[in-house]
Write a protein that binds this ligand. Sequence first.
Ligand SMILES: [Zn+2]
Length: 641
Amino acid sequence: MTLSPLGLPTDPAAWRHFVATRADEHLARAREVIATLKDGSAREVAATLGLWNDLDLALGNAGTAVAVLAEVHPDEAVRTLAEDRQQQVSRLGTERDLDRDLYDVMAAVPAGGLDAGSRRLLEHVLRDFRRAGVDRDEATRARLREINERTTVLGQDFARNIRDDVRSITIRPEQLAGLPQDYIDRHPAGDDGLVRITTDYPDTIPFRTFATDAAARRALMGEFANRAWPANDALLAELLDLRQEQADLLGYPDWAGYDAEVKMIGNGPAIATFVDRIAELADEPGRRDMQVLLARKRRDDPQASFLDSSDSAFYSELVRREQFDVDAQQVRRYFRFPDVRAGLLEVTGRLFGVDYRAAEGAPSWHEDVASYDVVRDGEVLGRIHLDLHPREGKFKHAAQFDLVPGVAGRQLPEGVLVCNFSDGLMEHDDVVTLFHEFGHLVHHVLGGAQRYARFSGVATEWDFVEAPSQLLEEWAWDADVLRSFARDETGEPIPADLVARMRTAEEFGKGVQMRTQMFYAALAYRLHRERPADRTALLRETQQRYDLFRHLEGTHFHASFGHLVEYASAYYTYAWSLVIAKDLFSAFDAHNLFDPAVAGRYRDTILAPGGSADAADLVADFLGRPYSFEAFGAWLARPAS
Ligand SMILES: [Zn+2]
């Protein structure tokens, strides 16, 4: 049977209708399936699981397309309508998770005699129900609902306070020394002769990286680290208490234990062990690079005995520029967007053994979108949509969105890359980001031929999901790969020695950065575990223990630590995925990154199964052994030279 891609509207006026019907029809279908499951009929186990799969599929179809369109559609009315439908889908999802009668139907399914895939589905379904609290008494379920609603509001308030608390410093014009000319031009002095610099990223990031005036940097970073203080400190206290109460009601020792149960790491205390292990691996390489940074700072300030948070970006950048001779202006000449996009498709097509066939005439929400069918051995596996340039009202970051979840024999997976790159010259960082996000996209498509929607594509453990993307970044650092598409205006490919210097500069300071990452990871974990009355004291103590940069006195970073909302106690996941990505990469031959035997095995054992097996088992299957810290440790210890 040939499956067709999702039919998007060709008429610009038809999008509102499309959004409403896409969500409403599948929501209706989901309600119908729930009613059928609860109708009291005797059913074969396979029929019950099939209905459950229909339910997952209906909720997935109702939610995915509207979630993308809420972020990317150029018409605000369409975005608003899509947001409304998103809320309806999320409401039905919560209703399902706490539906006691539905739970009773699924809990009565006999697990004996099921094949492995069906047993896994049933286990996950029952686990999701139990984690929502469906098996608790009525009063407990009512309280859990209240907690959910309140934590959602607290999370939104926490994020909004960070967004809205834009602070600033005023400086004399000469304190702009070191900044690029276009930045200086955009910051003229006011009537008082002073220049205002705000804590918004476009102001702060260049300033902390380039401003040579240490006092001005410290003043700005002091304001930056105090965004949403003190308002968010109180919200955080309440949020931490509610999460603990939720864990108590569900029978877990603490929030971290509840959250970690469904991740690779498995339990709360393992987070502390992991953080300490990484901190130890990073200790020597971190202190080594820190000496280089301190020596450089002493040339400006002979008395300096340490660096603090306001020095980190400035001296890291300075050392990279002075000692590794990488000029970003020179580098970007080689990365013209059309060539990079073509190169990305060429490189990943070769690696994964697929072709990207331009979907001629396929409708989309904006003329910038390029759509391709992903084809392997003549068979269409799915469709991807690349929406890569900024425009008004569009999502501001870089991410992969599912457009359609794939189910074998029923519907093709479709995914969307949403980024904000220039359509002219790109920074190399942007090229790395593009490869990273594309890693999520191929995971979604190549893992999208599952029997059960529950396990389609990137539906794997959350602390593993970054590993395939971090792995694909390696191809964007390879000289031969880059030379295949990165050419300057005369057609000359990027010189291999320039790529070598870029890599060296990138590797400098990785131990220092990892210590800072472990500071964040430990802080997120300890806040949830200890819920201290004085959160600033915990912040200071944790920074002193893990970070190699000193705490900036009088600041309260935890109030603007936005990850505490979505990641909660699980900030460690970035480093965890990176440990695995480095281990996966160790199986590839650094001199032959396209070896079809390794790349094909990677595609088939890691990406294709999606979430249909535990990530640890997939990784062991690919590596022929359990994952280890060895490759990561070796990468961290290797000096940049
Ligand atoms: Zn990612």
